[in-house]
Design a protein around this ligand. Sequence first.
Ligand code: S3P
Length: 447
Amino acid sequence: MSSVITIHNRANSQQLAIAPPSSGIAVRGAIAIPGDKSISHRALMLGAIASGETIIEGLLLGEDPRSTANCFRAMGAQISELNTERVVVKGVGLGNLQEPAGVLDAGNSGTTIRLMLGLLASHPDRLFVVTGDSSLRSRPMSRVVTPLERMGATIWGRKQNSLAPLAVKGRKLKAINYLSPIASAQVKSCILLAGLMAEGNTTVIEPALSRDHSERMLKAFGAKLTVDPQTNSVTLIGQPQLTGQKVVVPGDISSAAFWLVAAAIVPDSELLITNVGINPTRTGILEALEMMEADITRENERIVAGEPVADLRVRYSQLKACTLKGSLIPRLIDEIPIIAVAAAFAEGTTVIKDAAELRVKESDRLAVMASELTKMGVKIGELPDGLEITGGNFLKGTDVDSYTDHRIAMSLAIAGLTAEGVTTIHRAEAASISYPNFVNTLQQVTT
Ligand code: S3P
């Protein structure tokens, strides 16, 4: 471990200390990033419900995909030990998930619980109980319970069936046409997965397009679905034959985002990030950083197993403020904490709007980023649905907290690279939800 970055393990929490020398440090080298979290979940789930064998290369070994794998193992899918090289999933076949003997635990993972609920609700005569950690148990489930109830599902839970733990009595569901009030890939995917077992066409219409990994992967596994980009709608024909596939998971652009911002804000930096998924429904971070005049080039663009991939080269440059809002927001929803860090170094005032969804993520990311960056001396204000950050700040190292949110932990670590003095991130172990090797890579690029 370099003297710049040290880890202290306490009884229940890890402290990550970042102590850049007064001469500063550059962020340099070539790095690979872990597999995409959204695609990893979907590969495990579709593999588990398809007939035959699914081979997954490049799976993310974070805590969230582990939760998904354990849930589907408990319902009869055979999933080999998780590793990045090759995971083998022997699926149960559509409609054949077994009633688990115990409670299904989705841990910290919203994607696990919300997508899985669509599958559970559509398995007649079986009873499932699902729960998660304290963060997940406080996150809204009505966004998926309401459309599932319209399809005929029976779901019980606290606060009018809106909070986990949830009990689900599987039923034969009917196909619906659902106009979703929010642009959410978890909502869209939940309904599409529920629609797999229904007779007829299930349609989801979103106010803005959210990530489309489910649509792509469902097609690859044999489902018939049509997408209308004009109306942001997707229609799935029920009762397809799903067959196991080979899935190659690209690197997660949401994990690459930390390094894109690190190299963009630390003087003298140049970093090559290889094998990054650049699905257009996820590249809002690249567009935002380009609006901020970051120096980023896409190299070696290619298609890997149905998903676009590139290597990204990023060099330090003086950033400029920008305004982020509207349909761009769902395309960078998970990157707003690290964009807030970038904005602290941009000339002018960056405004982020239409991002109220951040209040119901693993933490209230608007409140937490505002409070923790304020402690570091950033001029940052909270809006009801966003943030306002005035850049050109001088950051000072201090004690900050992840609030057990992985993306907050990593965003604050990147902010610490440019702060004067020591930044100590409490509960930094949260990073392992989506990026178990984060600290090793942080050390690699700063030495
Ligand atoms: C995800 C969708 C997004 C995102 C989450 C992963 C997915 O959530 O924030 O990290 O894999 O479908 P919402 O659907 O709530 O926007």
